[in-house]
Each structure stands twice: as C-alpha cells, then as structure tokens.
Design a protein around this ligand. Structure first.
Ligand code: SAH
Ligand code: DHB
Ligand code: MG
Length: 222
C-alpha cells in the first residue's frame, strides 16, 4: 500500500530536513547495485533514529539487521565521542556490502559487524552491554526473541526502537497466521506487560508505504 502523495511528501521532507550526504547516497547506490533488497529506512527515518540516539546520549548502540548498513550509518553518526556500534547480520552477501559501506563512510573504527543469526550472536554481547540504544530491524517472526535479548542488554534510560510493527495495518488481524504478524503481535503482548519498559507505537506512511515504529524506554524494574 503506497500513495503517490506519501512519496512526494517524503521526498520533500527528506530534501528539507534529512538530506543524504555523499556517503549515504553511495551506500544506498552500492546496496542497490549489489542486488540487496531496497528495504532500508528512508532518509527521514534514518534521521529520526539518529536524533533519538543522540537524545539518549548514546555511546553504545546495538542494531539487529544490518542489510547494506544504511541505517547503521545514520546511527553511527549519532555516537558520542569514543562510542561504538555493533550491528548483527546473518547474510554474508549483505554483510560484505555493509562493511564496504562503513569503510567508505569512514566509520570502520566505530562500527563492528557480527555475522550470524542474531538469536545466536546476541548471547555473546553481555561483555559489550549495557547499550544505550537498540534498533531491532531483522526478521519479524523473531522480534519477541530480539526484544527479550534487548531488554537484558539495555541500560535503564536507554531506548529500544522496533521497525515494521504495522505492516499495512495487518497487525490488527488477530486471526493472522503470517509469521511476521504473529511476531509483531506477540512482541506487543510482551511489551505491554513488561515492567522494565514503557512502550508505545506509531503508524507511519511514506516512500516505504504504510508501516510503523515501536519505541520502548527502558526503566528500572518495579
Ligand atoms: N536496518 C537496515 C535494514 C535491515 S533489513 C536498514 O534500515 O538499513 C533486515 C536485515 O536483517 C536483512 O539484511 C536480513 O538479512 C537480516 N536478517 C534476517 N534474519 C536475520 C537473523 N536471523 N539474524 C540476523 N540478521 C537477519
Ligand atoms: C520490509 C521492510 C523493512 O523495513 C524490513 O525491515 C523488512 C521488510 C518490506 O517492505 O518488505
Ligand atoms: Mg525495517
């Protein structure tokens, strides 16, 4: 589901407030040329992630789902001095493109890409925790598992952002057997009763169609 006007407004907003520099443009172009799916965040969404990470003063950022590293670049540029970002990716083909993009963007020193399925690599991150900001954007059926891991890895006051929680509105279909929808709905149930976070979600429209983000603020357990 896309409307020409959503795309037109996104183009206007990106141009006005979230212009891509040469490195971001090159990263998107290189990902496209390599045949990666064009499902990265839009520039204004990337800037939103960047601003949220800056707002929590992020020094340690975790991303689950790298693709070609487009969102990673927006996030890495939010890091406070001396900060580090770890991004998890299961597809070597995607990881190869991403690492090239990080190098070209001058971010190789701050960004570490870990290959493998995230449910298997997340347990190895205890030494890198706590994170100030976590972006969950990999396969949707595993969002509940990624959320559980993120809860253990995020400091109180840290922020967890989850992409793709509306999916053309299909999230409201309680009878859905789509594994993506089941993943998002299970995640919402877990988030709602989880005392360690305060959560909300918002719908978005734009170049990528009709979807949404969930935002969860980590807080001390009660
Ligand atoms: N965050 C990126 C887009 C990520 S697309 C951006 O906005 O620029 C989702 C990515 O998650 C894909 O590259 C896919 O290969 C990866 N992925 C899917 N399943 C995964 C898993 N189990 N573990 C780690 N990465 C996974
Ligand atoms: C799609 C979009 C995403 O942002 C994502 O993470 C995965 C898939 C999609 O439009 O198919
Ligand atoms: Mg996404």
């Amino acid at each position: 589901m896309t409307e020409p006007l959503w795309t037109e407004v996104d183009a206007y907003l990106c141009d006005a407030l979230a212009p891509e520099d040469a490195a971001l443009k090159a990263a998107a172009a290189r990902s496209l040329a390599a045949g990666l799916p064009a499902i990265q965040v839009t520039a204004n969404q990337g800037k939103l992630l960047h601003l949220l990470a800056r707002a929590v003063g992020a020094r340690r950022i975790l991303e689950i789902g790298t693709l070609g590293g487009y969102s990673t670049i927006w996030l890495a540029r939010a890091l406070a001095e001396g900060g580090r970002l770890i991004t998890l990716e299961s597809e070597d083909r995607h990881a190869d493109v991403a690492e090239r993009n990080f190098a070209e963007a001058g971010l190789s020193a701050m960004v570490e890409l870990r290959r493998g399925r995230a449910l298997e690599t997340l347990p190895n991150l205890a030494d890198e925790a706590p994170f100030d900001f976590v972006f969950i954007d990999a396969d949707k059926p595993n969002i509940p598992g990624y959320f559980a891991a993120a809860l253990d890895l995020t400091r109180p006051g840290g922020l967890i952002v989850v992409d793709n929680v509306v999916r053309d509105g299909r999230v409201v279909d309680a009878a859905s057997e789509d594994p993506d929808i089941l993943g998002v709905r299970k995640f919402n149930e877990l988030a709602a009763r989880e005392p360690r976070v305060s959560a909300t979600a918002i719908q978005t429209v734009g170049t990528k169609g009709y979807d949404g983000f969930a935002l969860l603020l980590a807080q001390p357990a009660i």
